[in-house]
Design a protein around this ligand. Structure first.
Ligand code: PLP
Length: 830
């Protein structure tokens, strides 16, 4: 009955809406049981929690698909300008609760399941995380997809469907071990395999000149072809029918591979070679800051860029006969430099395959690309060795050289023959290893270069991309990152969500997060305080249960839960946190027993993964566990201090930990965190921040005020001069003492920790742990003092949530849509 455009016409089709799947409890029950029987192939009289989860997921998916089809049809009919968000990483986490909530049918499902003898929350726990990304950048992509859908923007996300997501972290004897995350083992109901949406992606080979229209043209004769197959993940908006697509590509062997071997009878080798193609999308690189010069990485980048562009251009050509309107219909967003080969690829397709004149193609390229950089340090910028590019993508290297030639000629006219500057600004870097600077390519060819917070943007203009800013000030802008309140309050903290709706008298804040500011008026209300504390206590109990189940450590919920969860990095300074804990422990041990009653009990929680090859980060994890072992088994300290390392930090762990945190630490050395988004999630959940003035924290301070957080540390502008001082930099005695405790083997593993201690002493303290230690301890003392006054603490907590509205990804996306992409909402009619 649900005819497509051809049979009943789009308008009529919307008239048939009452034929959509019903969502009353008995229809839902029937649906779930049907999926148990026909999809999961279990008897409806005997199935376990996991099978119930699978059936439930398929039932939600059916409803997603309906909306998704309607949205795509609507976009097709309206043909609006679309934003294509290209990202190598999407950290989506689980989908069930988020989808059911965004579809507005979570409670109906919960009721339906209850009668069948199942709990919605318990089934939701059965789902594994989709961890196709490393950290902040990847979770940002996921939050932005949610906002794009909710705000009705005609958007597509494009990425890679890695078979192995980010490694699972297992802690054995306190050390990190990595285990592969084969997340597809038990199937993935949230994706739809599109066997008919496949594109060939070419690699290697040679470029030849061919006669064409009386002139010459370049023809790329590839040496290998791999097939890209689309897997679509529908992303539902909240309070709208709009459901957009995250299209992830998987590599499959192409029929074009190695026909030679088949023909010569080497059947076995031909098949084995075919399987090799699949490795392209098999594994996510587990480093979150640098990816230098790896062939597989470059192959992944081009694979996803090429497939995505073939798809985008095919969609455009479906309804346009030439490229005149391309820039009016297509906006391409580069999430960091990782997809920037897209620039050369668009040029190649337009010039070599669509036979546009070079200048016309260049004109189009300059209008469609925007680039967001997440980098702070020039050393972190991605470079691709020319040799590698030449062998893998010979035609692209030629195109990049041609772009660079024209650009440098133009540049000479503008800045003269300043060879130093010309060489700094060139896309091609000469040197021991001749390389392509991907950031320079992205900047030259994009109409906008965005930073991810205001201070980050300043750093870009004054340091990292200073030369470019001076040339093209109009290109540089910033959009402070944000996170979605749907996932980070509504899904992860349902009791706080209900409380907010009750006190605001509306649920409208879920789509219009500025309304949270309404809580400010109630920040001193005693009734709200009581309810607020109750919600927080229940969340802490949930977290305490998890901690005990995971580590065997019993913690008291009346203690302050002090959390630092994020990737382990020297600049994020987990080591400062651990040394602060050692100091606290040392103080308690050396205190008169009678004074111990004054100590504010703490549960310190640290979690995060270290990149497998990052030795210092691995040692920080081991130190945390060694210190925890000592403290948690010291009866002298008891409940006054506990330390737990939460293994395998991921989105689901974050959803559990963040609502239960009282205090959270964002303590990077000033000038090193481009934005930081973890802090925003804690803020939304009424957690107080202990932070340095770095990245987006600077803007958080403006929203909620210095008095409502605990700030410390050297300021960004002070850092270079402090570093200059080297060994002459004064550090407090307490710092020397705690480092000595570690050095002397107080926590064991003396030899293993030696290099860690060396990193922060004797003039090597690049991240200024020693210099900042005193003010860090003072900020911690201020947090203790505030915690004792629960009324004050609760008011600060309410004001944190009330002031978090600006840090919603809805605001970020609106700014991108208006100022960078030039797109309008395109809402699917109800
Ligand atoms: N990893 C995960 C799983 C997250 O949810 C977040 C939150 O934004 C991050 C990493 C980034 O955290 P931060 O911005 O604190 O480094």
């Amino acid at each position: 009955l649900r005819g497509g455009e051809t049979r009943v016409g789009v308008e009529n089709m919307f008239g048939l809406m009452d034929r959509f799947l019903k969502s009353d409890p008995s229809s839902l029950q029937k649906d779930i049981l049907d999926h148990v029987e026909y999809t999961v192939a279990r008897s409806r009289f005997s199935f376990d929690d996991f099978e119930a989860y699978q059936a439930l997921a398929h039932s939600v998916r059916d409803r997603l698909i309906e909306r998704w089809h309607d949205t795509q049809l609507h976009f097709k009919k309206k043909d609006p300008k679309r934003i294509y968000f290209l990202s190598m990483e999407f950290l989506m986490g689980r989908s069930l609760s988020n989808s059911a909530i965004n579809l507005g049918i979570r409670d109906q499902y919960a009721d339906a399941l209850k009668e069948l003898g199942f709990e919605f929350e318990v089934l939701a726990e059965q789902e594994g995380d989709a961890a196709l990304g490393n950290g902040g950048l990847a979770r940002l992509s996921a939050c932005q997809m949610d906002s794009l859908a909710t705000m009705d923007y005609p958007a597509w996300g494009y990425g890679l469907r890695y078979q192995y997501g980010l490694f699972r972290q297992v802690i054995l004897d306190g050390y990190q071990h990595e285990q592969p995350d084969y997340w597809l083992n038990f199937g993935n109901p949230w994706e739809i395999e599109r066997v008919h949406v496949t594109y060939p992606v070419k690699f290697y080979g040679t470029v030849e000149d061919e006669n064409f229209n009386g002139g010459k043209r370049k023809v790329w004769l590839p040496g290998e072809t791999v097939e890209a197959v689309a897997y679509d993940n529908p992303i539902p908006g909240h309070g709208t029918r709009n459901t957009i697509t995250l299209r992830l590509w998987a590599a499959k062997p192409s029929d074009q591979i190695d026909m030679e071997s088949y023909n010569t009878g080497d059947y076995i080798n031909a098949v084995v070679n075919r399987q090799r193609a699949e490795t392209i999308s098999s594994v996510l690189f587990p480093d979150d800051r640098s990816y230098q010069g790896k062939e597989l990485r470059l192959k992944q980048q081009y694979f996803f860029v090429s497939a995505s562009l073939q798809d985008i251009i095919r969609r455009f050509k479906d309804s346009h006969s030439n490229f005149d309107d391309f820039h009016e219909k297509v906006a391409l967003q580069l999430n960091d430099t990782h997809p920037s080969l897209a620039i050369a690829e668009v040029m190649r397709v337009l010039v070599d395959e669509e036979h546009l004149d070079w200048n016309r193609a260049w004109d189009i390229v300059c209008k469609i690309f925007s680039f967001t950089t997440h980098t702070v340090l020039p050393e972190g910028l991605e470079k691709v060795p020319v040799d590698l590019l030449e062998s893998l993508l010979p035609r692209h290297l030629q195109i990049i050289y041609d772009i660079n030639f024209d650009y440098i000629e133009e540049l000479k006219k503008k800045i003269g023959l300043d060879y130093d500057r010309l060489s700094r600004m060139s896309i091609v870097e000469d040197g021991a290893i001749k390389s392509i600077r991907m950031a320079n390519l992205a900047i030259v060819c994009s109409h906008t270069v965005n930073g991810v917070s205001r201070v980050h943007s300043e750093l870009l203009k004054t340091r990292v991309f200073k030369d470019f800013y001076e040339l093209w000030p109009h290109k540089f802008d910033y959009k402070t990152n944000g996170v979605t309140q749907r996932r980070w309050i509504v899904v992860s903290n349902p009791s706080l969500s209900a409380l907010i709706s009750k006190w605001l008298g509306t649920e409208a804040w879920i789509r219009d997060v500025d309304l949270l500011a309404g809580l400010q008026e109630q920040a001193a209300n005693a009734d709200l305080h009581e309810e607020w504390r109750m919600v927080r206590k229940v969340n802490k109990m949930r977290l305490a249960e998890y901690i005990e189940a995971m580590s065997g450590v019993k913690v008291s919920v009346s203690a302050m839960f002090d959390v630092q969860i994020k990737r382990i990095h020297e600049y994020k300074r987990q080591l400062l946190n651990i040394l602060g804990i050692v100091h606290r422990y040392d103080c308690i041990k050396n205190m008169e027993k009678s004074d111990r009653t004054k100590v504010v009990p703490r549960v310190c929680i640290i979690g995060g993964k270290a990149a497998p090859g990052y030795e210092i980060a691995r040692k920080i994890i081991k130190l945390c566990n060694a210190v925890a072992e000592k403290i948690n088994n010291d009866p002298d300290v008891g409940d006054l201090l506990k330390l737990v390392f939460i293994p395998d930090y991921n989105v689901s762990v974050a959803e559990l930990v963040i609502p239960g945190a009282d205090l959270s630490q964002h303590i990077s050395t000033a000038g090193h965190e481009a934005s930081g988004t973890g802090s925003m999630k804690f803020l939304m959940n009424g957690c107080l921040l202990l932070a340095t003035e770095d990245g987006s924290t600077v803007e958080i301070i403006e929203e909620i005020g210095k008095d409502n957080m605990f700030l410390f540390g050297a300021k960004m502008h002070e850092v270079p001069a402090l570093r200059e001082k080297g060994p002459a930099l004064k550090v407090p005695l307490q710092f020397a003492r705690v480092v000595r405790m570690v050095r002397d083997g107080y926590f064991g593993f003396q030899d293993y920790f030696e290099s860690l201690c060396d990193k922060v002493e004797g003039g090597n303290d690049f991240y200024l742990l020693g210099y900042d230690f005193q003010s860090y301890l003072e900020a911690q003392a201020a947090a203790d003092k505030a915690f004792v006054d629960q009324e004050k603490w609760t008011r600060m907590s309410i004001l944190s949530t009330a002031g978090s509205g600006r840090f919603s990804s809805d605001r970020t996306i609106e700014e991108y849509a208006e100022k960078t992409w030039g797109i309008e909402p395109c809402r699917c009619p109800f």
